[in-house]
Structures are given as structure tokens and as C-alpha cells.
Design a protein around this ligand. Structure first.
Ligand code: GLO
Ligand code: MG
Ligand code: MG
Length: 417
């Protein structure tokens, strides 16, 4: 192939994208509760060892692109859109006013707001630092985010306490830090009750998001299960207002099974919000687009959520790769992430109604028509032994659904010999 001059590269990307096919229309995409974060679209490709590869982009362009793509919801950290020094000032009110206008003009809604409590130097010792000034400031910031959330019409507030932990051991006392962290959440919930009452709006759903490591070396609430224990600890004044925002990759990072973590959140009634992305076990937070690494696991995750009627947001908390240009972010990265999600969600629906999976599952639950001695282990084994083969058959069927083999897709084989 001849080298492709830079002025022809966008056209090539667009042509190959449409050749890929399978894209949903913006109207179809809008039917799903999919949210796009400001920070995901505005990610410049930087990291500890990586300089940015993309220019910065403001909320106006992000919201416009989301609207065009059919991503119906937008969410943001306070400081993604308001400089730290403008928080709580007239400049904040002006920016929030401009955001409202931009959302309305593009038919996009704000679903969630979140407070940045990890990046700025003020959080060097975390949002629940020893210093009382830092803790008061943390309360101020989360209260202010609640105000912004109500102003923008959000229903969720998320808390990722990324720097609640330590690098060196022994300097912080964990129980004290957790107590202090709870005080900030209590301040947010109390403010929410006040504001919601004044405005005649429902209170926000406050969602804790765990990540096992990064940016701190050791994290005090590293998993969704730790968060559940924290919610039930008695430290929160309004535990009923607080639930979880699990992130798929964050559960995978510690070696857990994301679907099992979600199941534990579901049985606790605490699955409020869900950050969707992909990546690898026991590696750092690579935030790859949903379904690019573990599509089969994703199918299974969505089968679980569909079967439990989960109706919260699916938040595209991923990072367009550093190799993707800013044109590519909206031409390839976002539409493909959304469309893979929708496809997997619809496949999950197929799996739930698949007659083979259904009959196999029912048969497993019906058991082996056993009438012998209920204390005879060997007889119980004997009575069920052919049924248990169905476990593998169900797994095979799910792969068939994923690959389209259940619809007669066959791969022709080369003639050997
Ligand atoms: C980082 C987190 C982060 C949060 C965000 C929401 O690893 O996933 O993106 O989701 O701060 O509050
Ligand atoms: Mg996240
Ligand atoms: Mg992540």
C-alpha cells in the first residue's frame, strides 16, 4: 500500500469505520441509559510516563459531540469544568449556566456529578487528611458538588476516594481516616436533603466507587465489598442514601470477578451506578473501551444485570487510547464503545430467552428425581451426575451467542492434506 498523506487519513478512518458496519443510529443509542464523562472525552493521553497526544477540549465540544452521537447523558468532576480557584465564586455560577445552555441545545442531560478529591495538591494527604482545614475544605467541596448537581438536574453523585490511603506505612491511623471520610459523605448527604427539599427534587443517589490501587499504593476502601462494609459500618448518618458505583475494571484489577462483585452489590440493594470499561487482571487502570478485552465476561455481566432489572446509568469511564487522535475520539472511540455495549446488552437479552440455556438451567434446578436416603452423599452424586454436564453446555451456548454461531454462522475450513 502507498503511504497515506496526513490530509487523507481522516477520510480513510471514516471509510473503514463505515465499512465495519454495525453502527446504531443516534436515536437508537439514546434509548439506553449511557452516560459520557467530560473527563473521558477530554483525556489528552497523558500519564506518569506519557506526555499528552491530544489537545485540550472543553465541555462545549464534548457535549455537542455526545449529542450528535446519541450519548444522551453527560457527567463531570467539578474541576473538569470549573477551575479550582473559581469553585464557589461567581465564575462557577457563570460556567454552570453555560453548561445548562449547552446541554439543552444538544438534547443531553446531566446524569451525575462528582468531586475531584485526588488531583490537586490540597489532596496530597487525601480528602480525609489529619489537617482539619483539609477536611473542612473536603466537606465544602462535596456540598458544593451537590449544589451543582441539583442545578444541572443530575440524579447521582459519585465519590472515588482515590487518594484515601497511603504510600508509606504507619503514618495514618486507618480507623480515624475512615471516620473522617465518613464525615465528608455525611456533609454531602445532609446538604442534599436540605437542597432537595428546598427545590422539591428527589435527593441524589450517592455512589461510592472503589479501586484497589492507584494513585495511592495502599487504599483504605479498595473494593466494592469494602465499600459495602463501610456503608453498613454505622459511620454514615444516611446509609440509605449511599450505594455503589462499581467500575468493571476496578474489580478485575484486584483479581475479582466483576460479575460476582455486582451480584453482591445487587443483593445488598446498592447497585446504583456502573462504570463500564475493560482491561486486564492484576494490572494498572488501563481503562480500555468496553468489550475490547473480555467480551464474553461482559456478556455475562449484562445477563446478570438484565435479569435483575438494573436501570441505572452505564457510564463510559474509559480512556480513548493514546494512539487515537482527537478526530478519532469521536469518529471511532466513542461510537464503537457505545455500539459494542448495545450489542452486548441485546445479546444478553437473547441469552436470557434462549431456549437451550433456559431448559438446561431449569433442568439443573429441578435436580435428579432423587428419592433415596437424603444423607447418602454417593447416591446424591449418582442421581445428578449427568445433569452437571449442562454447566459446560451453557458456557458453550453463551460463546455461540457471542460469536453468532447460534444463528448459523459457520467458519469454512480450508481443505487439509
Ligand atoms: C479512576 C476512576 C475515576 C472515577 C471518577 C468518578 O480510576 O475510575 O474515573 O470514576 O473520578 O468520580
Ligand atoms: Mg470509574
Ligand atoms: Mg478505571
Amino acid at each position: 500500500m502507498k503511504p497515506v498523506p496526513v490530509n487523507e487519513q481522516q477520510a480513510l478512518v471514516s471509510r473503514l469505520m463505515s465499512a465495519c458496519g454495525g453502527a446504531y443510529s443516534p436515536e437508537t443509542r439514546r434509548k439506553y441509559f449511557i452516560s459520557g464523562p467530560q473527563w473521558a472525552a477530554a483525556y489528552e493521553g497523558h500519564a506518569l510516563f506519557h506526555a499528552p497526544t491530544r489537545p485540550s477540549i472543553g465541555f462545549e465540544d464534548v457535549i455537542r459531540h455526545y449529542g450528535e452521537l446519541g450519548i444522551g447523558y453527560w457527567c463531570t468532576h467539578d474541576t473538569d469544568v470549573i477551575p479550582t480557584e473559581a469553585i464557589g465564586k461567581q465564575q462557577q455560577a457563570d460556567i454552570v449556566g453555560r453548561i445548562k445552555a449547552e446541554l439543552a441545545a444538544n438534547n443531553v442531560n446531566c446524569s451525575m456529578v462528582t468531586t475531584e478529591t485526588f488531583h490537586h495538591a490540597v489532596w496530597a494527604a487525601g480528602p480525609a487528611a489529619e489537617s482539619p482545614e483539609v477536611r473542612e475544605y473536603a466537606k465544602y467541596r462535596v456540598r458544593n458538588t451537590v449544589d451543582i448537581g441539583h442545578e444541572l438536574g443530575a440524579s447521582f453523585a459519585v465519590y472515588w476516594p482515590g487518594s484515601l490511603g497511603y504510600f508509606v506505612q504507619g503514618a495514618v491511623e486507618e480507623t480515624e481516616t475512615l471516620r473522617w471520610y465518613a464525615q465528608a459523605l455525611n456533609a454531602a448527604c445532609e446538604r442534599d436533603i436540605e437542597v432537595a427539599k428546598r427545590l422539591g427534587r428527589p435527593t441524589l443517589k450517592h455512589c461510592l466507587e472503589a479501586k484497589p490501587f492507584e494513585p495511592q499504593a495502599e487504599i483504605l476502601l479498595p473494593t466494592s465489598d469494602a465499600m459495602l462494609a463501610f456503608i453498613a459500618s454505622g459511620l454514615l448518618t444516611h446509609p440509605e442514601m449511599v450505594g455503589l458505583n462499581p467500575e468493571y475494571l476496578h474489580e478485575l484489577m484486584w483479581g475479582g470477578a466483576p460479575r460476582a462483585a455486582l451480584a453482591r452489590a445487587l443483593v445488598n440493594g446498592k447497585l446504583f451506578h456502573f462504570d463500564i470499561n475493560d482491561g486486564y487482571r492484576l494490572k494498572h487502570d488501563v481503562d480500555i473501551g468496553v468489550g475490547l478485552v473480555n467480551p464474553l465476561d461482559w456478556l455475562n455481566v449484562l445477563v446478570l444485570l438484565r435479569s435483575h432489572g438494573y436501570n441505572g446509568p452505564f457510564n463510559l469511564d474509559y480512556k480513548p487510547p493514546r494512539t487515537t487522535s482527537q478526530f478519532g475520539v469521536f469518529e471511532v472511540s466513542f461510537p464503537t464503545a457505545v455500539d459494542r455495549f448495545i450489542t452486548l446488552w441485546e445479546m444478553a437479552g437473547e441469552a436470557l430467552t434462549d431456549s437451550i440455556i433456559r431448559e438446561a438451567t431449569d433442568a439443573l434446578k429441578a435436580g435428579g428425581a432423587f428419592t433415596g436416603d437424603p444423607h447418602d452423599a454417593a447416591a446424591i452424586v449418582e442421581a445428578n451426575k449427568e445433569l452437571l454436564t449442562l454447566h459446560e453446555l451453557i458456557a458453550h451456548r453463551l460463546v455461540q451467542i457471542l460469536l453468532g454461531l447460534h444463528r448459523g454462522r459457520v467458519i469454512s475450513l480450508p481443505v487439509l492434506g
